[in-house]
Write a new protein. Structure first.
Length: 174
């Protein structure tokens, strides 16, 4: 098929003649001639407020339509309740949980700082020597190790008689 410049000119002419032809109606709703929707007494929502013909309704019986509408309204209310009302207590409890978690975080950070300081101390020769003395009982050359045991508890069952009854009263008073 060859390109013909004459065909191109004809298509331009036909488009020009089309614009001068009045356009077809864009709606099938009959309107009175010369009356605008903005005239007094007419609603701009006239197309939406017109009754729907019975054969085009979803349900032709009014009771079924009312029941269907009420059911749909209940479903919408249940969804709205689930989405907007039920999460409120959980949202309010989150502030308490956040405070508890912040307290735990502060405590963990404090413990981590102490452990970091101890780690830095154990990285030095003096820190290693001190840890060996405390944990393993390490003794350096020219040192003697001596263990001192704690004192035993004092006996409280003293004999009857003059100096002991006074001591027993003192012990019982504490």
């Amino acid at each position: 098929m060859r390109f013909n410049p004459r065909d191109d000119r004809d298509s331009v002419r036909s488009a020009a003649t089309m614009s001068s032809v009045p356009r077809s109606k864009t709606t099938s709703i009959p309107r009175p001639a010369g009356v605008k929707a903005s005239d007094e007494g007419r609603s701009r929502l006239g197309d939406f407020t017109r009754p729907i013909p019975i054969e085009k309704r979803i349900s032709r019986r009014p009771r079924v339509a009312a029941f269907t509408g009420a059911f749909a309204l209940c479903v919408i209310a249940a969804i709205a309740y689930t989405v907007f009302v039920l999460p409120i207590p959980t949202w309010q409890d989150q502030s308490v949980d956040l405070d508890q978690r912040q307290t735990q975080l502060d405590e963990l950070q404090r413990v981590n700082a102490e452990l970091e300081a101890e780690t830095l101390r154990l990285d030095t020769a003096e820190g290693i020597r001190e840890a060996a003395r405390e944990d393993f009982g390490f003794v350096e050359v020219d040192e003697e190790r001596s263990s001192i045991l704690p004192l035993p508890d004092l006996p409280t069952d003293l004999p009857d008689g003059w100096p002991y009854n006074v001591v027993t009263e003192i012990i019982d008073a504490d």
